[in-house]
Design a protein around this ligand. Structure first.
Ligand code: FAD
Length: 423
């Protein structure tokens, strides 16, 4: 069955739907608003789908590794395992890796890996006067870093409650502080970093009671957001919009601001910067640690993400598969929205939209332990159809924006067909 047929026969666009989901965080301001927020809906349809991307987040239950290790005559400074937070933490861990490197007498350094972590580490080393060569199997646009949703999400799929230690938490906080500040200074078209309005659909104006870790874990979010890890000053506040104040088919919506990165612009700009500051990028794959001995540099920064599982035998590294489906860009769409969509039969559908200049990214997926880079066709179908339905309803609720009629349908995917697959 092709995608257009699916739209006709299985579309969620014709459902009567209720919404719930994303709650404002604890401690947010609940400020009543008096104006209706009018937003241009995404023109979600199968014929506007342009690509699906898959990436494997490099997760470690005990969080990223940032430490120096001796390998014969070489010193390796590890900087890997950033889970779903690599874009958010890389400037920080890169800065801390460069501080470890400076203790070493050598001023020529090899950086392994050319994703967001390797590139930012390279720049932090160059800022301290190092001569940098990046050695890497792949460069952008073929790294995991290119496949990211890429919001400032410094605790996403990063660490488990049991894996956290006070020493690691101190490293995390330092890395998050440095990154948050650095990314703010990169806002603008050159690096593709910007602030964007971030809406979350809510059932109630009052943020629900904090749920237990077990409750917060779900099939589509296997690694729950950690409690109390991110200092509150690294987040902007959120307000709550009540019924009649927002176009979303949920009683309430939270509104905040999020910094986000457009990976295709950002990673290319970082590669250019590395080269402008005298760095080199060499395509080379390392199969085993003894390959490192052939490098001229005695100081090595390891930013190989999941590659460190084979290269350095880190069995703690686990992939968390993510998938995004992109629609044709719409420059007028300049807001994020997230939430859970519930259909009349109780099945739930995740809505998540990130507009960028290279396409509007839809979906959320986090499948732990899955190594496949193949797109999941069922997840694409559910993601696109949920967004078609969502934007149809949103269009109909906005004064002055023409909507199509939304009717009940019996072609609703069952709950069990949704869990564990949906993005
Ligand atoms: C769907 C999705 C959504 C995401 N959303 C966000 C988000 O909103 N915010 C956020 O902060 N993060 C997000 N992430 C996570 C983020 O993308 C990762 O944390 C980040 O890309 C990790 O960067 P990295 O440089 O360590 O890894 P990579 O980008 O994978 O780079 C690793 C580099 O090492 C090289 N390499 C590996 N092994 C070898 C070897 N043996 N020899 C030579 N070179 C090697 C590779 O070729 C590559 O260049 C998301 C990820 C996905 C998949």
């Amino acid at each position: 069955m092709d995608r257009r047929t699916l739209l006709k026969t299985g579309s969620l666009a014709a459902l009567g739907l209720g919404f719930g989901g994303c709650a404002a965080r604890n401690g947010v301001a609940v400020a009543p608003s008096t104006q209706f927020v009018k937003l241009p809906p995404v023109r979600a349809s199968w014929d506007r789908v342009i690509r699906t991307t898959v990436g494997l987040r490099p997760h470690r239950p005990s969080g990223f590794v940032l430490k120096a290790e001796k390998f014969g005559a070489k010193t390796v400074i590890h900087n890997y395992g950033h889970g779903g937070s690599g874009h958010s933490l890389a400037w920080g861990t890169g800065s801390m890796a460069a501080d470890l490197a400076i203790e070493h007498g050598e001023r020529r350094v090899a950086v392994l890996g050319c994703g967001t972590v390797g590139l930012t580490a390279a720049r932090q080393l160059q800022r301290r006067g190092f001569e940098v060569t990046i050695y890497t199997e792949k460069t952008p646009p073929y790294t995991t870093s290119n496949m990211a949703w890429a919001g400032f999400t410094p605790t996403s799929s990063l660490v488990t409650a049991a894996g956290r230690t006070p020493a690691w938490e101190a490293q995390f906080r330092q890395a998050a502080e440095i990154s948050y500040r650095q990314l703010q200074l990169m806002v603008g078209p050159r690096y593709g970093v910007s602030w964007i309005d971030d809406y979350g659909m809510m059932d109630s104006a009052v943020p629900p009671q904090r749920r237990s870790t077990a409750q917060r874990r779900s099939a589509d979010r296997p690694i729950p957001e950690p409690d109390g890890l991110l200092p509150s000053h690294l987040e902007t506040g959120r307000s709550v919009l009540g019924p009649g104040e927002h176009p979303f088919p949920s009683p309430y919506a939270s509104l905040g601001l999020r910094m986000r990165i457009e990976p295709s612009i950002y990673l290319d700009a970082l590669m250019r910067d590395v080269i402008i500051f005298g760095g080199k990028i060499v395509i080379r794959k390392f199969e085993r640690p003894r390959d490192l001995m052939t490098l001229e540099e005695s100081l090595i920064i390891n930013c190989t993400a999941l590659g460190s599982r084979e290269l350095f035998g880190d069995q703690e590294l686990t992939p968390v598969k993510g998938q995004l489906t992109f629609l044709v860009p719409q420059p007028e769409v300049n807001y994020l929205v997230n939430g859970i969509l519930r259909s009349a039969d109780g099945s739930i559908h995740r809505v998540g939209t990130m507009p960028r200049s290279d396409g509007i990214a839809l979906g959320f997926m986090a499948l732990s332990g899955v190594w496949s880079l193949e797109p999941n066709e069922d997840a694409i179908k559910r993601t696109v159809e949920a967004h078609i339905a969502f934007y149809e309803i949103m269009r109909g609720r906005q004064p002055g924006i023409q909507g199509r009629r939304v009717e009940a349908s019996r072609d609703i995917p069952k709950l069990e067909s949704f869990f564990g697959l949906e993005s």
